[in-house]
Ligand binder design. Structure first.
Ligand SMILES: NC(=O)c1ccc[n+]([C@@H]2O[C@H](COP(=O)([O-])OP(=O)(O)OC[C@H]3O[C@@H](n4cnc5c(N)ncnc54)[C@H](O)[C@@H]3O)[C@@H](O)[C@H]2O)c1
Length: 330
């Protein structure tokens, strides 16, 4: 009998790649997504008798218990995502992220399904020590600066997953995702790589927020989903928290240069103060770099795709989309 797997946020960026991977492995899939930032078109090609998309909030969809009959594994990716969305509607984001997670944790416990929770490097807040390790202290700014609320909701999600593991035997594993990149990620919510690629392919200036000396590490979504599947399949990982990302640190300015170099863009780059984009109380951690020692030890993880390979593919796809949608200048 083929295994039945539930993915919340299954029509989102990472969720759709995870769905494609699991479908290729022969799983039966239920995807739940309210399409707030996800899109039906992300998974349209996958939908058939063995892969259903339920367009609803997680909690609402789960009121139909027949839906989860026989589900053995759950990947919980549904969340309000993206710095812009988080700053624009903090209360909505907080309610969404915590309520849906508690619902899914209770459901997984009831039906004894293994559960992977997608947490975030935002949990570290502005922890100044690098690389960031899972057992470090978490450091947040004041509650008047709304962006920290996102990391806090993810930290609460982690507490819930760990508590249910310890006291109720839930087989939960938490992954703290660092910057993940790949096709179908959209730029409108503040994601840097799609913003840069779209601008460069249109020969428009790449807008760098701040001075560009801040650093991030970008991991290809194919590496990320492979690790997620391995972690959930490994019984020894239950009750644990793992960083998941690349260890190659690049400045945002160097990222812009790479995008320009690989796309041949003539648009150049411009610098925009953070306050202009996110308002006066905005703080951005200057650096984010994971220590992935625990992940290496548990599942032997090493990223297979370089940043250049990921960018080249994204640039190729962006050019195709522009041609198909007729956005290209005459
Ligand atoms: N992409 C990254 O770099 C990154 C980094 C850190 C953490 N994460 C985490 O990974 C997960 C997936 O993120 P993503 O980048 O694919 O973003 P995404 O916005 O593409 O995916 C989130 C999906 O959840 C759906 N959703 C939101 N609230 C919902 C609800 N109440 N009910 C049903 N569906 C709902 C959205 O429509 C969307 O499809 C999120 O939990 C996010 O916090 C992503």
């Amino acid at each position: 009998m083929t295994r039945k797997t539930l993915i919340t946020g299954g029509a989102g960026f990472i969720g759709s790649h995870l769905a494609a991977r699991l479908k290729a492995e022969g799983r039966r899939l239920i995807l739940i997504d309210n399409l707030s930032t996800g899109r039906r078109s992300n998974v349209e090609d996958l939908l058939d008798a063995n892969c259903a998309l339920i367009e609803a909030d997680v909690a609402e969809a789960l009121t139909d218990r027949t839906l989860i009959d026989g589900v053995e594994e759950i990947y919980h990716l549904a969340a309000a995502v993206g710095v812009k969305l988080v700053v624009d509607d903090p209360a909505g984001m907080i309610t969404n992220n915590i309520d849906q997670t508690l619902t899914i944790i209770e459901t997984a416990t009831d039906i004894d399904a293994a559960l992977l929770i997608a947490s975030s490097s935002e949990v570290y807040g502005k922890c100044p020590v690098l690389p960031l390790r899972e057992d470090m202290e978490l450091v947040y700014g004041p509650t008047t600066a709304s962006r920290w609320g996102y990391g806090m909701t993810k930290a609460i999600d982690e507490h819930l997953a760990i508590d249910y593991h310890r006291r109720r035997g839930l087989r939960s594993v938490v992954v703290r995702l660092f910057n993940t990149i790949g096709p179908r990620q959209v730029g409108h919510y503040g994601m840097v790589v799609p913003r840069f690629v779209t601008a460069a392919c249109a020969d428009k200036p790449i807008m760098i927020y701040g001075d560009g000396r801040q650093t991030r590490a970008f991991c290809d979504v194919r590496d990320v989903t492979r690790a997620m599947v391995q972690l959930l399949a490994e019984p020894g990982c239950a009750g644990e928290v793992f960083n998941l990302g690349s260890t190659r640190q690049v400045t945002i300015e160097a990222l812009a240069d790479l995008v320009i170099q690989h796309s041949g863009s003539t648009g150049g780059k411009r610098y925009v103060p953070y306050e202009t984009v996110y308002g006066a109380d905005f703080e951005d951690p200057p650096h984010r770099l994971p220590d992935i020692g625990k992940l290496r030890q548990s599942i032997g993880f090493e990223p297979r795709y370089t940043l250049e390979q990921s960018l080249e593919e994204l640039i190729r796809l962006e050019r195709q989309t522009v041609v198909v949608e007729g956005k290209a200048s005459p």
